[in-house]
Every structure is written in structure tokens, then in C-alpha cells.
Design a protein around this ligand. Sequence first.
Ligand code: HEC
Ligand code: HEC
Ligand code: HEC
Ligand code: HEC
Length: 236
Amino acid sequence: MKLMTVCGLIAAAVFTFVSGQSIAADAPFEGRKKCSSCHKAQAQSWKDTAHAKAMESLKPNVKTEAKQKAKLDPAKDYTQDKDCVGCHVDGFGQKGGYTIESPKPMLTGVGCESCHGPGRNFRGDHRKSGQAFEKSGKKTPRKDLAKKGQDFSFEERCSSCHLNYEGSPWKGAKAPYTPFTPEVDAKYTFKFEEMVKNTKAMHEHYKLEGVFDGEPKFKFHDEFQASAKPAKKGKE
Ligand code: HEC
Ligand code: HEC
Ligand code: HEC
Ligand code: HEC
């Protein structure tokens, strides 16, 4: 009986831990339509990035040289290959994410949610917080968004695509791996702190009014805001 109680407590503790973690991890993806309608400037800028065009690279006779160098077949269509699409779309294999069977344009390419986190649970709070701020200047803590799955550190997410290969310095690596590793070409070496400031691959930054406040705040947030462009706002 006593043993049973102990086992029960352990089981309860394990369950709480796992389910506590899974709140954020299991937040559903829903695609970039809503994000883009409020954040028009970032969405417009993102469209010109390599991330936005990531599905193009999987088409036949595109990026032939790079594919040859990585021992891939340049004439092959990889757009429906489960060993490829995962890192070229949003939320592959996750709730609400991209599927090969019914591919959604709003989840195609590496979009908002691949970096900011799956949005279904937090984007409604952006609306409410924006309204409260307009009305009374009330700020909302970022930690409320983090609890609902919004990401403010990014590095793990970038790594899960960029550092996912055998022998990677990133501990989480598991197949399917990226064919584009530093061994293929040194230019594929991923250095987070440099890459996250790469203005060709990342969308441009626009001034925020400061609706959200406090930790967790991205470590380069203030730096990005200091040189951000004037805001252009959209309505949902
Ligand atoms: C209804 C409009 C609306 C929608 C939809 C929306 N947002 Fe926002 N978002 C806002 C407002 C308002 C702010 C606060 C802007 C400010 O401080 O000037 C904000 C702030 C942000 C910030 C800055 C957070 C910080 O650290 O201060 C990010 C990043 C962001 N949104 C990403 C997203 C993403 C990704 C999506 C889609 C999953 C999304 N938003 C959907 C209105 C929206
Ligand atoms: C879902 C997977 C995924 C995530 C998450 C991701 N990337 Fe990427 N990234 C890609 C893919 C795929 C490409 C190549 C796109 C193409 O050309 O087809 C790319 C391209 C890039 C490039 C351009 C490389 C070059 O050769 O110019 C940079 C820089 C970059 N990513 C930085 C980042 C950073 C920083 C993060 C995190 C904040 C990030 N990426 C998150 C998949 C991802
Ligand atoms: C684990 C994630 C991952 C998987 C799986 C993956 N890729 Fe990518 N892919 C990336 C990243 C990250 C980049 C960007 C590399 C960079 O420029 O630093 C990329 C870039 C590319 C590029 C552009 C390379 C260049 O130099 O412009 C092509 C083409 C490509 N991938 C094709 C494929 C094909 C085909 C497959 C399947 C056989 C595949 N990828 C599987 C993550 C992945
Ligand atoms: C490759 C990763 C990546 C992708 C894809 C991405 N973002 Fe961001 N985004 C960032 C980073 C990094 C920041 C800087 C965060 C900060 O300063 O707090 C940022 C900042 C923002 C901000 C805050 C204001 C600003 O301009 O800095 C908003 C709003 C935003 N992103 C919306 C979007 C939307 C909408 C999309 C999709 C159309 C998107 N992002 C796609 C990485 C990404």
C-alpha cells in the first residue's frame, strides 16, 4: 500500500512535469495569415528572404550546383520527400503544421511560427493586449505569451534545422538530417549570434510601441529596436 502511494506520487509528478511542458510544446500551428495581417511590414520584408523561398529549393533543377555538392540529385523533385520538407516548412509533423498530403500555402516555407512559436494560443493575446494598450496604456508581461508557446530566445528553433546533422555541436540532432553541413562547405556553419543579425535571411525590424514588457525578452531586442524602421501597422 505504502509502495503504491509512492508510485502514485511519482507518476503524478512525472505527469505534471510532462503535461506542464507540453502546454507550450503542443500549442497548434495555424499558418502565417493572421500574423501577416497585423504585422504587414515584417511579412512584406520576410517575403524576400531565403526562408520564405525555402520550398523553391526542393524543386527539380533549382540550386543544381549546391545539390550536386551535397550529393543530391538536381533533377529530382524533393517537394514531397519527408526527409526534406520538415526544415523547409512550418510545423511539419506537429499539431496544425504542414503535411505532405494536404500542403497549405500559409505553412509553406520557413514562416513566422518556425521562429516565433506556434501561434494559435498566443496570437489572440496580441490583439487583446494591443487593444488594452491603446485604451489605457496598460502593458502585458511577455511571460504570459511565453506560457502560451511564444518563443523569445529562438536559438533552439534555429538549431533544430541548421544544426541538425550527424556530429553536430547541437545535442538534439536526430534524422532526417540537413544535407548542407560545414563538411560540405564551410559556409554552412551556423553561428547563431551572427546569423540572427543577417539582414538578407531575416526580416527587417520595425519600431514597437512597447505593448509587451519584461522577461523573457530576446537578448538583442533592445539592439534591434534601437535601429528599427518606423512602424507600419495593419489590422486583422
Ligand atoms: C490582431 C493583431 C495581431 C495578430 C493576429 C498577431 N499580432 Fe503580434 N503583435 C500585435 C501587437 C498589437 C503587438 C504589440 C506591438 C507593439 O508593442 O508595438 C504585437 C507584438 C508582436 C511581437 C513583439 C513581441 C515583443 O517581444 O514585444 C512579435 C514577435 C509578434 N507580435 C509576432 C506575432 C506572430 C508570430 C503572430 C502570428 C502567430 C502574431 N504576432 C499575430 C498584434 C498582432
Ligand atoms: C524550420 C527550419 C528552419 C528554422 C527554424 C530556421 N531556419 Fe534558417 N534556413 C532554413 C532553410 C531551409 C534555409 C535555406 C532556404 C533556401 O535557400 O532554400 C535557411 C536559411 C537561412 C539563412 C541563409 C543562409 C545563407 O546561406 O544565406 C540564415 C542566415 C538563416 N537561415 C538563419 C536562421 C536563424 C538565425 C534562425 C533562427 C532565428 C533560423 N534560420 C531558423 C531553415 C530554418
Ligand atoms: C534538418 C533540416 C533539414 C533537412 C532535413 C533538409 N534541409 Fe535543406 N536546408 C536546411 C538548412 C538549415 C538550409 C540552409 C543552409 C545554409 O545556407 O546555411 C538548407 C538549404 C537547402 C538548400 C539550398 C542550399 C544552398 O546552398 O542554397 C537546398 C537545395 C536544400 N536545402 C535541399 C534539401 C533537400 C533536397 C533535402 C532532402 C534530401 C533537404 N534540403 C533536407 C535544412 C534542412
Ligand atoms: C528566421 C526566424 C524568423 C522568422 C521566419 C520570422 N521572424 Fe519575426 N523576428 C525574428 C527575430 C529574431 C526577431 C527579433 C525579436 C526581438 O527583437 O525581440 C523578430 C521580431 C519580430 C517582431 C517584433 C518587431 C520587429 O520588427 O523586430 C515581429 C512583430 C515579428 N518578428 C513578426 C514576424 C512575422 C509576422 C513573421 C512572418 C511573416 C516573422 N516575424 C518571421 C525572427 C523571425
